[in-house]
Design a protein around this ligand. Structure first.
Ligand SMILES: [Zn+2]
Length: 216
């Protein structure tokens, strides 16, 4: 039997007809229960979250993902930062910053920044759109299972928030000897960070599989 962390604790009863689910932390087999909106099912032995119920989870995740795609495009197309020193102005884009690191013989850092802030977030948003958009229209995308596992595998390598923190520290330090002008991409990057967190929060793999199973 499972319990609920929310105020709906009393509705948590294992039903005889419920499907079995294994706890991802301790492997205890338990029966699924129907959850109220925003309810969370937790393992009765170790307390790990088994699944949760997000109302309109698919629509929310898709909306956050599409917003993230737009912000990602802005973050990569427009200048990230501008510097003004003794009348000289210079701006750089995100890719320009990676290129500058590479040109300064900091190849490992350049590759790390490229992978964690451009490649992985871009691939993740692309794959999420590829999976969710057809699902929203009542179809299952070709190679859905493969793409789903790919997203789960690359997700830990997306580190937009770490990069954002690095930029903010750099801005504070640079502002001591030059005028720093935040570019459109910097604001877009901040928005992208929020959207990626929102996608992760609303994304519910269990609901997604239930949706796919219903379509099959
Ligand atoms: Zn457990």
């Amino acid at each position: 039997m499972m319990s609920n962390r929310t105020q709906h604790r009393d509705v948590q009863r294992a039903t005889p007809a419920g499907a079995l689910i294994a706890c991802p932390e301790c492997d205890l087999l338990q029966q699924e229960v129907r959850l109220p909106p925003h309810g969370v099912a937790v393992c009765q032995r170790c307390g790990a979250e088994l699944y949760h119920n997000t109302p309109n989870g698919l629509d929310r995740t898709l909306a956050f993902t599409l917003c993230g795609v737009m912000l990602y495009c802005l973050a990569n197309l427009f200048p990230l930062l501008g510097l003004e020193l003794k009348g000289n102005q210079s701006t750089t884009t995100l890719y320009g910053a990676v290129r500058a690191l590479y040109d300064q013989k900091l190849e490992p850092v350049a590759v790390l920044v490229f992978v964690t802030t451009i490649l992985v977030p871009g691939l993740e948003l692309l794959c999420m759109t590829y999976m969710l958009l057809p699902l929203r229209m009542g179809k299952t995308a070709h190679g859905f299972r493969l793409v789903f596992r790919f997203v789960q595998a690359i997700h830990p390598w997306g580190m937009v928030e770490v990069f954002m923190l690095g930029i903010l520290v750099s801005v504070v330090k640079l502002s001591n000897f030059a005028s720093v002008l935040p570019g459109i991409a910097l604001w877009s990057f901040a928005g992208l960070m929020v959207m990626i967190a929102a996608v992760a929060q609303s994304f519910n793999p269990r609901d997604l599989w239930l949706f796919v199973r219903a379509r099959a």
